[in-house]
Design a protein around this ligand. Structure first.
Ligand code: INI
Length: 211
């Protein structure tokens, strides 16, 4: 359910600008009419376990994405010993790695990290396309949120700009999105499967948030 100021999504709404100073995305926040029941997640990592699948192709860039993701997870409350990493060769293998992680049922969400840089052949398109649709399929088939932290760039410079330390790091962004999905699913589950009612005459279990 929406929870006032706590439902603000840090970082996700930051207005980015292109090199010539134009806004890259539409400004402003999503407004959900207050009379509607809304499920709104926040990137809260407390008591959550996260699986990361990361490609070693373009390893210097994917290392930076991994650093950004881990830092964002820890800052959001995930304990380091609840972050586990599966390395795969390239972005093409990310979907299979994500499915393998999801099927363990050890994680509330999965972050997929890779970097595809356009070359002279159509190889880029195949690898990038398969990574994107495969990761979506991994999430749809397992029900575990899988975020897309895969750079698809024309140049190495673009990849460097999107993997540098700070708010623009796409690994960090993917980590926050994965946690937000884990959180919104948890909120939905709490309403969809409330704890069983107590037998007549006995006090029920404490409501969420009560001691
Ligand atoms: N894998 C990447 O992660 N990024 C690339 O840019 C890339 N290019 O350009 O070839 C790449 N190729 C490898 C691919 O992901 C598979 O590992 C390989 O085809 C074996 O299945």
């Amino acid at each position: 359910m929406s929870e006032g100021p706590d439902s603000r999504i840090e970082g996700a709404d930051a207005l980015r600008v292109t090199e010539d100073g134009q806004p890259e995305h539409a400004p402003g926040r999503l407004e959900i009419p207050s009379e509607l029941q809304a499920f709104v997640g926040v990137p809260n990592g407390v008591r959550r376990s996260v699986g990361i699948v990361v490609a070693h192709f373009n390893g210097e860039i994917t290392t930076r994405l991994l650093d950004g993701a881990v830092e964002a997870l820890v800052r959001s409350g995930v304990q380091r010993d609840r972050i586990e990493v599966l390395q795969v060769p390239g972005a093409f293998e990310l979907p299979l790695g994500a499915v393998a992680l999801a099927r363990t049922r050890r994680y509330q969400c999965i972050v997929a990290l890779g970097c595809v840089i356009r070359g002279e052949t159509p190889h880029f398109d195949y690898v990038a396309q398969e990574a994107a649709s495969g990761l979506q399929l991994a999430a749809l088939e397992t029900g575990v949120p899988v975020s897309f932290g895969v750079l698809t760039c024309d140049t190495l410079e673009q990849a460097e700009a999107r993997s540098r330390e700070g708010e623009d790091n796409k690994g960090a962004e993917a980590a926050r999105s994965a946690l937000e999905m884990a959180d919104v699913f948890a909120r939905l589950r709490r309403v969809a499967s409330p704890p069983p009612a107590a037998p007549a005459g006995q006090p029920g279990p404490p409501a969420p948030g009560q001691a």
